[in-house]
Ligand binder design. Structure first.
Ligand code: HEC
Length: 89
């Protein structure tokens, strides 16, 4: 009887851990989007997505702040997009 209780506790804990791990994996894939991906998904919503060579690195900083407000992006998303646009200059 005692063995059975222990076994069921272990089983429940195992399922719990599995759910926890799956949950983390899912949320990771959402936040793990690259700058390029975020740029492609967001910057074409209102106008043609500008490409890296269109503006200088300093200009991308300002545009990032401006479009962060327009596109309702988080700091993390904006930084990723700006880094992507700056890096391929
Ligand atoms: C919600 C709509 C919307 C989204 C999404 C959006 N933009 Fe814009 N964007 C505008 C509008 C409107 C303008 C015209 C200038 C203004 O009035 O803000 C503009 C202008 C620009 C300009 C011209 C320079 C400037 O700052 O005015 C650039 C470059 C630009 N956007 C880049 C981007 C990038 C990069 C993204 C993705 C992070 C983006 N936009 C996402 C609406 C948007």
């Amino acid at each position: 009887m005692k063995k059975l209780t222990l076994l069921s506790i272990a089983l429940v804990a195992g399922i719990g851990a599995a759910i926890l791990i799956i949950g983390c994996v899912t949320s990771k894939t959402v936040t793990a989007k690259s700058g390029m991906q975020l740029w492609g998904e967001n910057c074409i919503r209102c106008h043609n997505a500008p490409s890296s060579g269109d503006y200088s690195n300093a200009q991308w900083e300002t545009i990032g702040m401006h479009m962060k407000l327009r596109a309702n992006l988080t700091d993390v998303e904006t930084n990723k997009i700006v880094e992507f646009l700056k890096s391929s200059n």
